[in-house]
Design a protein around this ligand. Sequence first.
Ligand code: F6P
Length: 539
Amino acid sequence: MTDHPSATTLAALAAHRREFAGHTLSSLFDADATRFDALSFAFDGWCVDISKERLTARTLALLAAHAEALGLPAWREALFAGERVNMSEQRPALHTALRATAEASIVVDGADVMPGVRAARSRVAALARAIRAGERIGATGTPIRDVVNLGIGGSDLGPRLVCDALGGPDGSAARVHFVSNVDPAHLARTLAPLAPASTLFIVTSKSFNTQETLANAATAAAWLAAALPGADVRRHFVAVTGNADAARPHVADADDLLPLPAWVGGRYSLWSAAGLPIAIALGPPAFDALLAGAASMDTHFRTAPLAANLPFVLGALGWWNTRHLGHVERVVVPYAQPLALLPQYLQQLVLESNGKQVDRTGLPVSGPTAPAWWGAAGTDAQHAFFQWLHQGTREAPVEFIVPVTATVGPASAQTLLVANALAQAQALLEGRGNRPEDRAEGADRSRACPGNRASTTLLLPRLDAGTLGQLLALYEHRTFVEAMLCGINPFDQFGVELGKALAGPVVAALADGTPLPEATDASTRGLVAAARAMRGATA
Ligand code: F6P
């Protein structure tokens, strides 16, 4: 039996990896005066620099050959064409259809999905316009002033990130809030300053079966009912869901049920009607610009040669860093306060997608899959974990995301921000106190930074709706590329089911002392008993 071609390309990568032994990042720059030019990439005014990562142009060529051998171009085409790339659940993953241009046609199970996509877009825009204009009326005739999205995971993080990143006073009559946690403090604090008569809830849940979201929706309904006796509180609810049957009793009007198609995954759903809070907060034109930005990245991913294809380059770099260089972390630092939620959003996108241990066929994967992603906005992060990045005992490659021009405030402050990002990447590369004379006996080694620590820098011309759409689509596609290189399915998430199932008996045990199942471990039993005692339970 002959080996699969990918065995050869993988062996070539392993051999190539050994060529880096004994070479520092600085020595790679010394050896090649064109390194920055060879390893920095342009896209629509962006500059993405991976020259501070431990790889060369040859590495990228070998990675492209390996991806070709694994059939990445065919997988990419299958993704866009609506084939069942989510094999375990036998579904397409068609988030790209949600931002496709008006004239596109994408057939799934013999039917074009695009008329439905376009209809949902129009309904979202119409509802958003009415709410922004103060024309949406509550059950007592009062115009809606506050909109609270109830949802969790993908039904919260994407829309919340976009609203946070681009929001601000813009003349809309309505303010948008997000409540995800079942912790009653989250909803209570959000509702405290709001007036029930002028508050609308969007229940966003693909399954309409998520305990946190349904519990918050029930609390919200009770809050409305207590304040508006006799009113039809369903007039204060809109549902965005793939389970219309379950959601229908919660809304007063069929127009207030918006679709979340089965072929879009929760963490890829912000482009769908789940983006209604975005359209309300920023206006339909900004939502359209976000979609158009994402669509431009889709076209780039689908058509650019792998050597100049940003999602491929960054996805392949991620896989190289983890599989071949052994990095178990990736640190993401947006130098933009409006992107402070980006690390959390990426944790869900990347880790729920690629935190897997079996391949598409159910066999154990042959190497590590996703590294742990974490991070926070710069410059704040510099005063927290950058000490660990510079002088800790482990290298964790960092990703700097830097919009270079300010949208508000003084340009001098933006200059300070951008300069800090670039200087931190430089410091990670160069370190300090590593010359032989610095190492002399008696030298103060506590100030030395080893340097030789990798980073990527994404310079964006600005932070606006179009650029943010491009950025988020870039992360979606590079997550897909990494999954294909690992041979895994990024579109299911069975790992989160176990905890949900086990929570049922624990809820009953905590609430009224229902005995836990026989097999429950001693620690969980002890903790349930201790929690019950703290809450004053007697039985
Ligand atoms: O955390 C698991 C998860 O299934 C996510 O993938 C999803 O975005 C989230 O729960 C919320 O699910 P739903 O939209 O069905 O309420």
